[in-house]
Design a protein around this ligand. Structure first.
Ligand code: SAM
Ligand code: DTB
Ligand code: SF4
Length: 322
């Protein structure tokens, strides 16, 4: 396992002839995972919209006029019932997402802790993504049974300032440290298609692969360009760039679960098959991500049966925290 990949090496891997790159990534994938298994997560937007942050990709930022339905914090029962349905449909993990800048020590947080306890008791992995977090709050989540915390670095440190001004890259790192101190697993990745250049992508991959331990799961999102956000005019990411990004992440972080995340909607089965060949071994399933469309459960069933993939069991990818 290496934590010192440099930009030149990352550049060289990313630019290998495509089929050579896919072959290399696939080899690493097979050395570390069973290649026919894909981990399936269900996102639940437990609190939607009205976020004070200014992330320029996000439809949930209060300052942009977007076409989403805002919602206060969900009830525990509703979350449990969606989790049951997701489990029956093959999900091993539920990811609870809130449009918060940070967690506050209030009754809403207590309710989230109850959600975590209830869903964990169903023998499912629970992940939360709630914004910034203190060490004590991370510990409370851990005590409630939380398995993972998602907090993305999104892009390179340089580009971060152009995409978000209401918090810094260092704020992001602080929360990630607090998550690690509480011995939670880390889910951390980013978005491509924000208008970044290749250097930004390599810097993002270097930041992720220099974390020791590597994040246990690495979501690679392609921008879902939303009307009303500053990034509404961005062009879709060509499949070849997504495949290169996934394959490079797989080679740099051989034991991490690489998630083909936002942006599956509209991609063909063969495009997605290339992503799995390149080492992706996780997806979000369910008709919706947080606020935007995702392939339907029926479409994903066809995808899995056509490609001969099976979903992993809960905790199957867990090999202990170092
Ligand atoms: N508010 C919390 C935070 O920012 O950490 C949690 C929820 S936030 C929606 C989680 C992640 O979703 C972001 O870090 C970003 O990577 C991803 N995301 C949000 N909007 C997106 C979009 N339009 N396209 C792709 N990914 C997006
Ligand atoms: C991640 O990396 N992607 C997910 C999850 N972690 C929280 C969120 C994607 C959101 C896409 C836009 C939306 O549906 O609102
Ligand atoms: Fe808020 Fe998270 Fe969206 Fe940023 S990405 S605006 S913090 S919900």
């Amino acid at each position: 396992m290496r934590y010192d990949w440099n930009l030149r090496e990352i550049n060289e891997i990313y630019h290998l002839p495509l089929l050579e790159l896919i072959y290399k990534a696939s080899t690493v994938h097979r050395q570390n995972f069973s290649a026919g298994k894909v981990q399936v997560s269900r996102l639940i937007s437990i609190k939607t919209g009205g976020c004070p942050e200014d992330c320029s990709y996000c439809p949930q930022a209060a300052r942009y006029q977007t076409d989403i339905e805002k919602n206060a914090l969900m009830n525990v029962d509703e979350v449990v019932s969606i989790a049951k349905e997701a489990k029956a449909q093959g999900s091993s993990r539920v990811c609870l997402g809130a449009a918060w800048r940070e967690v506050k020590d209030d009754s809403d947080f207590d309710r989230v802790l109850t959600m975590v306890k209830e869903v964990t008791s169903m023998d499912m992995e629970v992940c939360c993504t709630l914004g910034m977090l203190s060490e004590t709050q991370a510990q409370k989540l851990k005590d409630a049974g939380l398995y993972a915390y998602n907090h993305n670095i999104d892009t390179s440190e340089d580009n971060y300032k152009k995409i978000i001004t209401t918090r810094s890259y260092d704020d992001r790192m602080d929360t990630l440290h607090n998550v690690r101190k509480a011995k939670l697993t880390v889910c951390c990745g980013g978005i491509i298609g924000l208008g970044e250049n290749e250097e930004d992508r390599f810097q993002m991959l270097r930041s992720l692969s220099s974390m020791n331990p590597h994040p246990e799961s690495v979501p690679i999102n392609t921008l879902v360009a939303i009307k009303g956000t500053p990034l509404e005019q961005q062009k879709p990411v060509p499949i070849w760039e997504l495949v290169r990004m996934i394959a490079t992440a797989r080679i740099l972080m051989p034991k991490s679960v690489i998630r083909l995340s936002a942006g599956r909607e509209g991609r063909s089965m063969s495009d997605q098959a290339l992503c799995f060949m390149a080492g992706a071994n996780s997806i979000f399933a369910g008709n919706k991500l947080l606020t935007t469309p995702n392939p339907s459960i029926d479409e994903d069933q066809i995808l899995f049966s056509t490609l001969g993939l099976t979903p992993t069991e809960s905790f199957e990818n867990y090999h202990g925290l170092s």
